[in-house]
Design a protein around this ligand. Structure first.
Ligand code: GDP
Length: 479
């Protein structure tokens, strides 16, 4: 960043000759048209007792945010609901998704050949409903963790012959946390031992009281095998959608969330976006996570090439330069360069933060950190096979606190070391102690990525000994 002498005279209200004189004294033979750098300009200014400040750098990311706007009420139009199917394993989520999809394929659609792109849209009495077809709450939670909410309505599938099970409860909790309304589909009604009343009874314990029991939860008995009740379910979804008054502005640049992405050998990166607002067109410049590009082709859930996709529509995009991640926000931008710049900036930022995490706490560097006065509190996360061991390890560790360093147990629980534990450890610069358990695969991967120190023990005294050694800086590194 440079400035001409002429511009500087205007900025600070000093004459060109005054400035040129100062520059001359600094050994700079400048003329009124010369460009001088920021540091030189600052020196000159300080002679005049003026402080020169560098203009805040305008990032592409900031420009992207600035481009965004709230839609005026008059531009909003109704949009279809986006539905996620949740529930316990084997209660029929996949079967229900398949049944709905197959039964709603209209005659014109090439013999019902469909393409899996992570979501599909069906037609019900001339209205549309979009289903996310990765069942379960994993995708749901992944998106929520990244601050995107793609689902308007959750359909909770409960098998009438099995009733409420652990993952049913989990699903309810996830939907509640996301404040997404729940419609209950009591499935497998064709089975002789189907007992819908028991399901309704069990659900009341979790705050879901069916309408026919005087509550507010829509409950629909269905069978994903015979198709009984499925039309009612779809009607109820539309009814619920009406109550939510879902709206979007189709006449703006597209904005949505990536629900699936992969690298195709022949076609390059492919990503399915669920449009949340606006319309995406072939030719639009796009950015999602670290990927950017230009839409080369759009393919809908019927495998057809389309030229555009509007609000609540899922569509597969060809044209990204890299594979974005599920849960990434996708934005179409008016300016080709901007999308590239934003992606570059994001990559830089990630690189920088990765380098920063290299200096994470580990038991090996504990002592030097204590010596350097960098740590006064050591955070621990303790996981063990049984609650009794959790308590024992926790107490033993806390007792090791001394004048120089306080040992604080952030979180302790029975059970395997999970990705959540690693994330917590990473956020609080903690060390994870596992007793008689191992991290699961995703936790191990996360720990490696985030450079979190995870130590496994089978005997308590060994854990104590290591910690004591670490505090004295005498622990051998683990290989
Ligand atoms: P998911 O794990 O929740 O996706 O469950 P699936 O859709 O894979 O179903 C698990 C099993 O239950 C499969 O064998 C299905 O055929 C069966 N099933 C699903 N829905 C029904 C139903 O309505 N009636 C009967 N009789 N069986 C069903």
């Amino acid at each position: 960043d440079t400035i001409t002498v002429r511009d500087l005279t205007e900025k600070i209200g000093k004459s060109a000759s005054e400035i040129i004189k100062k520059l001359f004294l600094l050994g700079n033979m400048a003329t009124i048209n010369s460009e001088i750098d920021f540091d030189t300009a600052q020196l000159v200014c300080s002679d005049f007792e003026i402080t020169l400040e560098r203009k805040q750098e305008q990032t592409a990311e900031a420009a992207l945010v600035a481009e965004d706007f709230d839609d005026a009420e008059e531009n909003l139009q109704p949009r279809p609901p986006v539905v996620t199917i949740m529930g316990h394993v084997d209660h029929g989520k996949t079967s229900l998704l398949d049944y709905i999809r197959k039964s709603r394929v209209t005659a014109g659609e090439a013999g019902g050949i469909t393409q899996h792109i992570g979501a599909y849209t069906v037609d019900v009495d001339g209205r549309k409903i979009t289903f996310l077809d990765t069942p379960g709450h994993e995708a749901f939670t992944a998106m929520r963790a990244r601050g995107t909410q793609a689902t308007d309505i959750a359909v909770l599938v409960v098998a009438a012959d099995d009733s409420v099970m652990p993952q049913t409860v989990e699903s309810i909790n996830h939907a509640k946390a996301a404040e997404v309304p729940v419609i209950v589909a009591i499935n497998k009604m064709d089975k002789p031992d189907a007992n819908p009343d028991r399901v309704k009874q069990d659900l009341t314990q979790y705050g879901l009281v069916c309408e026919d029991w005087g509550g507010e939860t829509i409950c629909v008995p269905v069978s994903a095998v015979t198709g009984q009740g499925v039309d009612d379910l779809l009607e109820m979804i539309l009814l619920q959608a009406d109550m939510l008054q879902l709206q979007a502005n189709p006449n703006r640049l597209g904005k949505g969330v990536i629900i699936e992405a992969k690298l195709d050998k022949a076609r390059g990166p492919l990503a399915t976006v669920l449009l949340q607002n606006g319309t995406l067109h072939v030719g639009d410049s796009i950015i999602a996570g670290l990927a950017s590009g230009k839409v080369r082709a759009l393919i809908n859930d019927k495998g057809e090439r389309v030229s555009e996709a509007g609000p609540s529509m899922p569509v597969e995009i060809m044209g990204f330069d890299d594979v974005p991640s599920a849960g990434d926000e996708m934005i179409a931008v008016g300016d080709d360069h901007l999308s590239r710049q934003v992606a570059d900036e994001r990559r830089e930022k990630i690189k920088a933060s990765r380098e920063a995490t290299m200096a994470k706490m580990s038991m090996e560097n504990l002592f030097s950190s204590i010596e350097a006065g960098k740590v006064t509190t050591l955070n621990l996360i303790i996981k063990a096979d049984v609650q009794g061991s959790v308590e024992a390890v926790k107490q033993a560790m806390e007792k090791l606190s001394n004048d120089e360093v306080k040992i604080r147990v952030l979180h302790s629980a029975a059970g395997a070391i999970t990705k959540d534990d690693v994330n917590l450890a990473s956020a609080f610069n903690a060390i994870i102690i596992g007793f008689n358990i191992r991290p699961d695969a995703s936790a191990r991967e996360a720990a490696e990525k985030q450079k979190v120190d995870v130590r496994m023990y089978t005997v308590i005294y060994k854990a104590i000994e290591d910690m004591e050694l670490a505090m004295k800086g005498m622990l051998e590194p683990e290989y």
